[in-house]
Design a protein around this ligand. Structure first.
Ligand SMILES: NC(=O)c1ccc[n+]([C@@H]2O[C@H](COP(=O)([O-])OP(=O)(O)OC[C@H]3O[C@@H](n4cnc5c(N)ncnc54)[C@H](O)[C@@H]3O)[C@@H](O)[C@H]2O)c1
Length: 366
């Protein structure tokens, strides 16, 4: 299946393009970006059939079936309209948009569309989460509490991202915590009824969510941390069992019947793959953090040398290919994307109001 990429910035060139190039069922057909330097660099590495500065070339190309969109969220609707017009299946990065008034029109446009449409919430496709979900279903007895911690080091972000969050009032609740709303919805097969956010607003927040079936979740999302410490931690407590997901490298289930399950998931540094426990991975993170060069810091991207865990990016693109090839329903569809984003918008409102807020998603299904 031939793929065209529109918006080949830091994330898409560091993740989706190498993943597509590695997948022998996909062929990297073309790159489109407004930045000629990016196009020249990608051309020399991946040798696509062509590169272009005009996205119309991608949509008019009869050989392209799948389009991957990695522009910023303020430029999505025109791409969605063209994908519909030209019958191209479309994968768009998260979050869906910046302007919450665009959520409803996007849902209207894509919910029953004749093309496949997927939003880039990747965590459900990670091998660790694929193991945790059925375990949670089996072990759930009565109530459940879930802790999800996601931390970062803001001073290492690319400058445009740092300025957007720290100086221009954009919130990591929209940019990043949307991922966690999505994974919690997927793990619980439900959506939250109430949300309360406390903290600093743009970064460094604690968010609680009430789910049906006696499930309560808390998210700790901070960027005042060290990147030398693994970024994510999931802990589920239910029926006297505890399931721990340690940053996509190690899963341990301490079960009520006193049986222990432990599983390790490979991670990569450059082209090398490692299979170690969470503790060894932490040491690798610290080694990398203490060796960051001034040049890497200036660029704001560290994909070449930083320890990379399997958060499901490769599998989500392969899943989308399969969805198209076998005409399956899209899993992370526009409604799921909208629910994660609406939760984020309401969490921001809750933070502003200093009070919990009820959420109702029923209109998205009407
Ligand atoms: N899923 C994840 O884990 C993950 C991680 C990081 C970023 N992202 C998401 O990826 C998206 C891109 O983020 P980024 O940091 O790579 O941004 P970026 O600014 O580095 O890249 C965006 C690119 O889009 C190009 N572009 C803009 N308008 C265009 C147009 N009309 N035609 C063609 N190209 C155009 C820009 O030139 C730029 O190169 C964001 O939505 C972000 O939230 C997702």
């Amino acid at each position: 299946m031939k793929v065209g990429f529109i918006g080949c910035g830091g994330f898409v060139s560091g993740t989706h393009i190498p993943n597509a190039a590695q997948n022998d069922k996909l062929k990297v057909r073309a790159f489109c970006d407004l930045n000629a330097e990016i196009l020249a660099a990608l051309d020399s590495v991946y040798h696509p059939d062509y590169v272009t500065g005009d996205m119309k070339d991608i949509f008019l190309d009869p050989e392209i079936e799948m389009v991957v969109c990695g522009t910023k969220p303020d430029f999505r609707i025109p791409i969605m309209e063209m994908a519909l017009k030209h019958g191209k299946h479309l994968f768009v990065e998260k979050p869906l948009c910046y302007d919450k008034d665009q959520i409803a029109p996007m849902v209207k446009m894509m919910r029953d569309a004749p093309i496949k449409f997927m939003v880039g919430f990747n965590r459900p496709y990670s091998p660790m989460m694929r193991d945790i979900k059925p375990l949670f279903k089996t072990l759930k007895k009565g109530s459940a509490t879930i802790l999800y911690r996601i931390i970062g080091e803001a001073r290492l972000w690319p400058k445009h991202h740092y300025d957007a969050i720290i100086h221009n009032g954009e919130s990591t609740i929209i940019h990043e915590v949307t991922h966690i709303f999505d994974i919690l919805n997927w793990l619980t097969d439900s959506t939250p009824r109430r949300v309360f956010a406390a903290g600093e607003g743009n970064t460094d927040n604690v968010i609680t969510l009430n789910y049906p079936d006696h499930i309560t979740a808390v998210i700790i999302a901070g960027d005042n941390s060290s990147a030398g410490f693994p970024k994510e931690w999931l802990e589920i407590n239910t029926g006297h069992s505890t399931i721990v997901g340690d940053n996509f490298v190690e899963m341990t289930a301490y079960q009520a019947d006193l049986r222990l399950i432990n599983k390790i998931y490979p991670y990569a540094i450059g082209n090398e793959t490692f299979t170690d426990d969470g503790r060894t991975f932490t040491e690798e993170c610290w080694k990398w953090r203490t060796s960051i060069t001034a040049e890497e810091k200036e660029k704001g991207y560290y994909y070449e040398r930083m320890p990379k865990v399997d958060k499901g990016h490769y599998h989500e693109l392969e899943f989308f290919r399969k969805t198209i090839a076998e005409n399956l329903p899209s899993e992370t569809d526009v409604v799921k994307g909208a629910i994660a984003q609406m939760t984020a918008e309401i969490a921001v409102d809750s933070w502003k109001n200093g009070a919990p807020m009820d959420i109702d998603f029923s209109h998205l299904y009407e």
